[in-house]
Design a protein around this ligand. Structure first.
Ligand SMILES: [Zn+2]
Ligand SMILES: [Zn+2]
Length: 257
């Protein structure tokens, strides 16, 4: 059975644990080794049982634990070439663990098949992942400036998804951020708003997806209730009964039942 937990989510760090019982992987390692190990231990798991780490992109909230984890465990780290060029320095432990790929790639890892797809964001590259064990399929897409046709169609093939619901547009506009940062967040290379996420939720529910976890919430420009209520209202109005969850910044949330 495929299982997934968001261990950390948001601008203070991101890490998702996915396992089918035999094969376990992480998507991103944007927290310290100690924090990730502690989170895994609370699930009865550990970094020594992780077969591979798959990176979405090179921003530090997705990568800051990698060098220490690479030094301690030597876990293979799958990364796209543009993110690798931007992030990885020669003679680092990470450079020895990195497995560099084209933007669109597919890897078989034990019982899991992991496939990437591009996501617009202000990084050298960003990708989402479709993870399948043959029975169940999980889609992951965060740090999304906007929802491309490709993103919508990739996610529509899944049974469960973890998608970004980063900010409330009005909170960004009225909030304390400097103008350049507001522009960045709201741009087509920024992050996905609650409002657009809600539309994506309705589309995915129409495609048959029955479990959605909202992730990468902004601490300054969103609240868990606001993110949840915005998508829940849209799903209710469209008549869809979907299990909707919100990933916390530091609380482990089960993304698949
Ligand atoms: Zn991020
Ligand atoms: Zn990012």
């Amino acid at each position: 059975m495929l299982e997934a937990y968001t261990l950390f989510s948001g601008s203070s760090g991101n890490c998702i644990f996915v396992s089918d019982g035999d094969t376990s992987i992480l998507i991103d390692a944007g927290k310290s080794q100690r924090a990730i190990q502690t989170a895994l231990c609370s699930l009865g798991r550990g970094l020594d049982k992780i077969s591979a780490i798959f990176l979405t992109h090179e921003h530090s909230d997705h990568t800051c634990g990698l060098e220490v984890i690479s030094k301690t465990y030597g876990i293979p780290v799958h990364i796209t070439y543009p993110s690798y060029s931007n992030l990885v320095k020669a003679d680092t432990f990470l450079s020895k663990c990195a497995e560099v790929h084209d933007v669109i790639y597919q890897v078989e890892c034990g019982n899991l098949t992991i496939k990437s797809f591009p996501i617009p964001h202000d990084s050298a590259q960003n990708v989402g992942y479709i993870i399948s064990n043959g029975e169940s399929t999980l889609g992951i897409a965060t740090d999304m400036g906007y929802v491309t046709e490709r993103i919508a169609s990739e996610l529509s093939t899944c049974h469960k998804v973890i998608i970004e619901s980063n900010h409330d547009i009005e909170m960004v506009k009225k909030g304390p951020y400097p103008p350049y940062l507001k522009e960045r967040i709201l741009s087509k290379n920024g992050h996905l708003s609650n409002e657009i996420c809600a539309k994506l939720c309705v589309y995915l529910a129409e495609c048959g997806i029955d479990q959605i976890t909202l992730a990468h919430l902004s601490r300054e420009n969103n609240t868990p209730d606001l993110a949840f209520d915005t998508s829940k209202k849209a799903l209710d109005e469209a008549g869809h009964n979907v299990i909707l969850r919100v990933a916390g910044p530091n609380t482990i949330v089960k993304a698949i039942d």
